[in-house]
Design a protein around this ligand. Structure first.
Ligand code: ATP
Ligand code: LTN
Length: 327
């Protein structure tokens, strides 16, 4: 059976792009493949975090993933720092990666140019990501386009290690969502909806109230000709609304366009569809939020399942490298 691994950082507020572009896909995939999903709190440490906020967001993100539909009986949902093998294999991956190849990572170049404090961890981050993936012998890694280069690096590291020390790791491949799953900012529909946007006016947050969702969609940027059709280059704003409406109702954006002659009704229906998608998720989230001990219990079950496999892979790597066994 295909094995899938993916991770999401517990930083910033989850938005509709994360839900449609990643989480909903993970929920589907858990039924098709043996899936592991990880709240990557160690990755969040690459940028200084407020401790209380980090603890809160890690728990909240796990609750959101459960609320969207990850089922701990079907998949393995866990927190990265609960499985210490991630940090250990990350060291081995840092010693497998070349300084030059890490220097070529475009995400590091972007983030380090913007950051006030550039930690060494921000630089070696892709080695930790490679460890995440390789520990579980993942075949597929569902990610956004921005992570393509990191998964390529993971493949190179696995191949290099295998060539030097003998077959140890499975070489994974990245998988990407359909283009309709890319949600754009409602105020600037040529940029993707992102938690790091300057203002939240164009971002629908998972926990936004229905009124706020309606308001944000009503104010979404469109254009002057009132023609409703899917044409990303000529009509980015309208196309984004059609993608959102389509994704929420299980249709292509082209099909979602049928029957609309004006922007008003399209916006009302898009808002209604988003609210219909998010309301039950919000309700389940509120229930989970009221019982943090239950979430911690579910995460411990996930960590136990993950640890078993991670320990076996790390033992293989240690042995291949010639690290002396503990007597
Ligand atoms: P930022 O843009 O601030 O770096 P982000 O909102 O892109 O953060 P990530 O934590 O990088 O969030 O991404 C989590 C997952 O959500 C990834 O799989 C990513 O591809 C997906 N994702 C993020 N934004 C969008 C979007 N606008 N449309 C579709 N998928 C998205
Ligand atoms: N770097 C990713 C998050 C991430 C990840 C992973 C994704 C960390 N480890 C392993 C897939 C597989 C991001 O910032 N979106």
């Amino acid at each position: 059976m295909t094995r899938v691994f993916s991770g999401i950082q517990p930083t910033g507020d989850v938005h509709l792009g994360n839900v449609l572009g990643a989480m909903v896909r993970w929920v589907d995939e858990q039924h098709r493949a043996e899936s592991l999903y990880c709240v990557v709190d160690l990755h969040a440490l690459t940028i200084p975090q407020d401790p209380a906020e980090l603890r809160r967001s890690s728990l909240r993100l796990a609750q959101i993933l459960l609320a969207v539909g990850l089922d701990p009986e079907i998949c393995t949902l866990f927190v990265q720092s609960h499985v210490h093998e991630h940090a250990e294999l990350a060291w081995i991956m840092q010693c497998t990666a070349a300084h030059g190849e890490l220097s070529r990572m475009t995400q590091f170049k972007d983030k380090s140019a913007r950051a006030g404090f550039v930690s060494a961890g921000l630089f070696t981050y892709p080695a930790l990501m490679a460890a995440d993936i390789l520990l579980y012998d993942a075949d597929e890694v569902p990610v956004g386009d921005d992570q393509r280069q990191h998964v390529e690096l993971t493949r190179d590291l696995a191949e290099r290690f295998n060539a030097r020390y003998g077959a140890t790791f499975t070489v994974p491949r990245a998988t990407f969502p359909a283009s309709g799953a890319r949600v754009m900012d409602l105020q600037d529909p040529t940029s993707k909806m992102s938690k790091s946007a300057a203002s939240t006016a164009g971002t629908i947050l998972l926990l936004d109230e229905p009124k706020a969702i309606e308001k944000k969609i009503k104010r979404a940027v469109t254009d002057n000709d009132a023609d409703v059709r899917f044409d990303v280059a000529a009509k980015p704003g309208v196309s984004n609304l059609l993608s959102i409406l389509g994704a929420c109702t299980g249709r292509s954006p082209e099909d979602a366009a049928a029957g609309y002659e004006q922007y008003g009704p399209l916006k009302s229906d898009a808002a209604a569809a988003v609210i219909e998608l998010l309301e039950p998720i919000q309700a389940r989230f509120r229930e989970l939020e009221a019982d943090p001990a239950e979430t911690l219990r579910l995460l411990a079950i996930g960590a136990n399942k993950a640890s078993e496999r991670a320990a076996a892979t790390l033992a293989r790597a240690r042995d291949a490298l010639g690290l002396l066994e503990r007597g």
